[in-house]
Ligand binder design. Structure first.
Ligand code: UD1
Ligand code: CA
Length: 452
């Protein structure tokens, strides 16, 4: 099989975003646009991935290597055009033999099947371009076809009236052999309306040399490029629409699909129910037969089979919930492992903790995990009962089958089976309340009289 390399163009400024953040780092579904492009390209199992950076190069390179540490970033100091951009990838592809696929960092939704169709077309043609039938061809490059053969790509600025009438447009994605690509790019000039080195010129040049070229067409929504905040919002909406439909197809019940927001990597098991207004941040897996109730926010966490979360729960990174765990309203959990069947049902903060099987954590319990400088662990065993409003001052542990009294401030470890009480002793003063009331009422009456 032909080896493949991925070149992703991400040097452009994205002026219309009106942002300090490089365009390709703006997120859709919790991941930078660039990561979406890298994820699309990953289906090719590229031997090398090269990101062409320019504006915000350091940040873009960082995002690329955060996602794929083998990705190599190269710098295009001046943005002289798409062919010039691809030329910058040449040193990084030294010694590589095989096909190069060029993608854009601001075009997040190319499907794996589409790239596969391109790879397949490459078996029959030297150059393969991804095209689409544009509802409004606007300023896209136009594909000049003769039957199955792609003769040339004409940029809008350079196109005649006749050529502008063509609706089959260039997505920007192109695939060809690496050596052929760089040979052709060497021949690209900048004598055109924009004064840029157009990557699109490689098609005409290839044809002049007797090479064959063709176009593979995909639905327009795949080639959607993001240039403005409005388009970013449209891309988010398009992503969410697809993710909701996919979840339902996968056997997930969404009571009000249009109010549930998924991340690019959310995984939800079959027969799980997701109630309205649930938001998933990145890196969440929910197993089968769980129930995520309304207004919950989940990020970087794992909910096992049978878990019931919310309403109004917040699961933060590192929340690891075993089977049949219940997390109720106004509960926040971070970096904590909750074992099978344990319950944290009301108004609690559990952070940097372990909670054993079948343990019940009472309302208002707080793990005081932070001393202002360091974070500390709380360990609670199995079948324990943590009384309401217990403050667990970490580092601290509570053994199996132990109990804490409501309102306790637990600063010392509690041994298994023990009852810990860490609160002031109650004092009752008979008749005192009545006297106090009388005194206060008399004071109020006196003040009212003086005000007359
Ligand atoms: C390009 C295509 C056009 C196609 C359209 C699809 C060319 C000459 N034209 O036009 O046929 O219909 O995309 O959206 O290729 N970039 C760099 N360095 C550069 C120039 C661009 O990295 O020097 C990157 C941009 O950041 C962007 C991508 O390449 O991600 C496309 O560049 P852009 O200027 O948007 O090209 P278009 O004029 O839209
Ligand atoms: Ca563009």
């Amino acid at each position: 099989m032909t080896e493949k390399a991925l070149v992703i163009l991400a040097a452009g400024k994205g002026t219309r975003m009106n942002s300090d953040l490089p365009k390709v780092l703006h997120p859709v579904a919790g991941a930078p646009l660039l990561v979406h492009a890298m994820k699309s390209g990953a289906m090719l199992e590229p031997a090398r991935t090269v990101i062409v950076t320019g504006h915000g190069a350091a940040a873009v390179a960082q995002a690329a290597s955060d996602w794929d540490e083998e990705a190599v970033s190269v710098l295009q100091e001046e943005q002289l055009g798409t062919a010039h951009a691809v030329a910058q990838a040449r040193p990084a592809l030294e010694g590589f033999e095989g096909d190069v696929f060029v993608l854009y960092g601001d075009t997040p939704f190319i499907r794996p099947e589409t790239l596969e169709a391109m790879a397949e077309a490459r078996l029959r043609h030297d150059v393969v371009v991804l095209g689409f039938e544009a509802a409004d061809p606007g300023r896209y490059g136009r594909l000049l076809m003769q039957g199955e053969v792609l003769e040339k790509i004409v940029e809008f600025k350079d196109a005649s009236e006749e050529e502008r009438a063509i609706t089959l447009c260039n997505s920007g994605v192109i695939a060809t052999d690496a050596r052929v690509l760089f040979d052709l790019i060497d021949a690209v000039g900048c004598e055109n309306a924009a004064g840029e080195y157009y990557l699109t010129d490689v098609v005409g040049l290839a044809r002049d040399r007797g090479l064959s070229a063709t176009a593979v067409a995909c639905p327009e929504e795949e080639t959607m490029g993001i240039n403005s905040r409005a388009e970013l919002a449209q891309a988010e909406a398009a992503f969410q629409t697809r993710a909701r439909a996919q979840a339902m197809e996968d056997g997930v019940t969404l009571t009000a699909p249009e109010t549930v927001f998924f991340a690019h990597d959310t995984v939800v098991g079959r027969d799980t129910v997701i109630e309205p207004n649930v938001v998933f941040g990145p890196d969440v897996t929910v197993e089968s037969e769980a129930h995520i109730r309304a207004f919950s926010h989940l990020e970087g966490c794992h909910v096992s089979r049978g878990g019931v979360i919310g309403p109004y729960a917040r699961l933060r990174p590192g929340a690891e919930l075993a089977e049949d765990v219940k997390v109720g309203n106004f509960v926040e959990i971070k970096a904590a492992r909750i074992d099978r069947g344990a319950k944290v049902n009301h108004l609690s903060y559990i952070g940097d903790a372990e909670i054993g099987e079948e343990t019940n954590v009472g309302a208002g319990t707080i793990t005081c995990n932070y001393d202002g400088v360091f974070k500390h662990q709380t360990r609670i065993g199995a079948r324990a009962f943590i009384g309401s409003n217990t403050m667990l001052v970490a580092p601290v542990s509570v053994g199996d089958d132990a109990m804490t009294g409501s309102g306790s401030v637990i600063t010392q470890d509690v041994e298994p089976g023990a009852l810990a009480l860490g609160r002031a002793k109650q004092v009752n003063k008979p008749g005192f309340a009545r006297k106090l009331f009388e005194m206060l009422k008399a004071r109020k009456a006196k003040a009212a009289k003086e005000a007359q």
